[in-house]
Design a protein around this ligand. Structure first.
Ligand code: ADP
Length: 162
C-alpha cells in the first residue's frame, strides 16, 4: 500500500522550514502532495501561479513529491489525491492552538483522514514566510531561509513593487 500525505499551505513563498518538513515527511510517507492553497483571505504577496512555480523549481528533481494548487475544502482535496493523511508543520506554541482546531475540524468532516504534525530543525523553528518577506523588504539577508531560486524571485518582486 502506498502511503500518500497531503501537505497544504499558502507557501508565500516556500521557505527552508517547509522544505525541511517535506524531507522529514518522505521518511514516513511514500508520496507527498504539496497542496498550494489559493488562500484569498490571506491576500498572498505572490500569486498562486508564482507560488506554484517556486515550489516546482525547489522540488523539481524529486519524483516522490508532486505539487498541486487547490481552492476548495482541504479534506476533499486530500480525498482527490488518494491521501489518508494531512501533514502540518509545528513551530512554536503559537501554531498549536490553531493547528489543533484545524485538525479537530477536519476530523469531524472526514474521520478517515488523520492529521500528522512534524517539527522542523531547530534553525528553522522561527522561520515563517511572512517574516522572511518582511525582513527582505527591509533589505535584511534571508538567504539562509530560502532556496536560491526563491530568493532571486523574492528580490525581483520586491524590486518591482517598491
Ligand atoms: P498556512 O497558510 O496553511 O499556514 P504556510 O505556508 O504558512 O500555510 O504553512 C504551511 C504549513 O507549514 C503549516 O502547517 C505551518 O505551520 C508549517 N510551517 C511553516 N513554516 C514552518 C517552519 N519553519 N517549521 C515548521 N513548520 C512550518
Amino acid at each position: 500500500m502506498t502511503r500518500i500525505a497531503v501537505y497544504p499551505g499558502t507557501y508565500d513563498p516556500v521557505t527552508r522550514g517547509h522544505i525541511d518538513i517535506c524531507e522529514r515527511a518522505l521518511k514516513v510517507f511514500d508520496h507527498l502532495v504539496i497542496g498550494v492553497a489559493d488562500s484569498p483571505s490571506k491576500i498572498p504577496y505572490f500569486s498562486i501561479d508564482e507560488r506554484f512555480d517556486m515550489l516546482q523549481t525547489v522540488f523539481a528533481s524529486n519524483e516522490r513529491i508532486s505539487i498541486k494548487p487547490f481552492s476548495g475544502l482541504l479534506i476533499e482535496f486530500a480525498r482527490e489525491c488518494g491521501a489518508d493523511v494531512i501533514l502540518r508543520g509545528l513551530r512554536a506554541i503559537s501554531d498549536f492552538e490553531y493547528e489543533v482546531q484545524l485538525a479537530g475540524m477536519n476530523r469531524s468532516l472526514a474521520s478517515e483522514i488523520e492529521t500528522v504534525f512534524l517539527t522542523a530543525a531547530q534553525r528553522y523553528a522561527f522561520v515563517s514566510s511572512s517574516l522572511v518577506r518582511e525582513i527582505a523588504s527591509l533589505d535584511g539577508d534571508v538567504s539562509e531561509f530560502l532556496h536560491p531560486d526563491t530568493l532571486a524571485r523574492l528580490s525581483e518582486k520586491l524590486k518591482n513593487t517598491q
